[in-house]
Design a protein around this ligand. Structure first.
Ligand code: FE2
Ligand code: FE2
Length: 182
């Protein structure tokens, strides 16, 4: 049997989707003025930057997607190119959300609309993105990546994990769980 190269990424999507669900729950309440815990959005930015982006997206961009390109998928005008563009679009929504949440925390009025809009835009983008990866790109990778490339991919994931603190995933799971209880 071929060694699995996508299940770890699917598992990471599960935690990212829990944060997206929180954004979808809280952003409409921020837009109508009933949820003003700005720290939630800053913790959301921290989660997205460090867990979703530096950790998960780096595994995709530096390891799995590179392997797909090495295996013959074009770097431009391809599913990989589309996924990379969506990673960048997500970063832009998150940067705008962060600026507005920091301003709100510092006492500046009228940030609710920008925070809510960018939180929801990120949530919608990432939900669709994760769906395409789970349903199309990862199954494709499992079909086309040959056995002799799989050990390198698994080592690449391990190297990304080795760069994180020992409690990295547990810490982000507990941040998400705490807001789920809020
Ligand atoms: Fe991705
Ligand atoms: Fe992903």
């Amino acid at each position: 049997m071929k060694k699995d190269i996508t299940q770890a990424l699917v598992n990471e999507h599960t935690l990212i989707l829990r944060m997206i669900t929180l954004l979808e729950r809280n952003a409409p309440r921020t837009a109508d003025g009933t949820y003003i815990n700005w720290q939630f959005y800053l913790d959301g930015v921290d989660f997205i930057r460090n867990y979703a982006d530096s950790f998960h997206h780096a595994k995709e961009e530096d390891v799995l997607f590179e392997a797909l390109v090495k295996n013959g998928m074009p770097r431009d005008n391809s599913p990989v190119a589309a996924m990379l563009m969506e990673h960048d679009q997500g970063r832009a929504f998150v940067a705008t959300m962060e600026t507005a949440a920091l301003a709100a925390l510092a006492g500046k009025a009228g940030q609710e609309g920008v925070i809510a809009q960018n939180a929801l835009a990120y949530a919608e983008l990432l939900r669709g993105h994760i769906d395409k990866e789970d349903e199309i790109l990862y199954p494709l990778a499992e079909r086309v990546i040959p056995d002799n490339m799989r050990d390198d991919i698994i080592e690449g994931y391990a190297a990304a994990e080795a760069k994180t603190p020992a409690d990295f995933t547990a810490r982000y799971e507990s941040v998400v769980a705490a807001y789920e209880q809020e």
